[in-house]
Design a protein around this ligand. Structure first.
Ligand code: SF4
Length: 127
């Protein structure tokens, strides 16, 4: 299996996802494209996961905006990758990673708030 989780493939077929082959000369592009894809492995694009989509885009079998979730937002960056203008891409990847960390932090805060609300609700019910 590639780096995508492939849960969709497994869920619908009951079989492990087949090993995804990447041509050696495309490995770097595939990895960069994969970094930009949402990594939801939802299957809405018709592929078993985001990694398989990254391969298809890198090989030119799919358009840069083919992801049904984030297509238009990330398409310009993917076009940069396909054209080979790395600095802007790496800056954007870094920016996306910072945003992902912020989202993780917010999710932890939301969980903590939910826990506090549950505690308060329990206390109100018991009093
Ligand atoms: S539609 Fe996008 S998020 Fe869903 S599996 Fe395809 S590439 Fe991944």
């Amino acid at each position: 299996m590639g780096r995508g989780r492939g849960w969709c493939w497994n869920y619908f077929t009951g079989y492990p996802q087949p090993k995804l082959e990447v041509r050696p000369e495309l490995e770097e592009k595939v990895q960069k494209i994969y970094e930009l894809l949402p990594k939801l492995d939802c299957g809405a694009c018709g592929y078993s996961g985001c990694y398989e989509m990254a391969i298809a885009i890198a090989e030119g079998r799919e358009r840069p905006d083919a992801c049904r979730v984030a297509g238009k937002k990330i398409a310009p960056l993917i076009e940069d990758i396909l054209r080979g203008s790395p600095r802007r891409i790496e800056e954007e990847v870094d920016r996306i990673k910072v945003l992902e960390r912020k989202i993780d932090s917010l999710e932890r805060e939301i969980k903590e708030l939910k826990r506090l609300i549950e505690d308060l609700r329990d206390r109100v019910v018991k009093s």
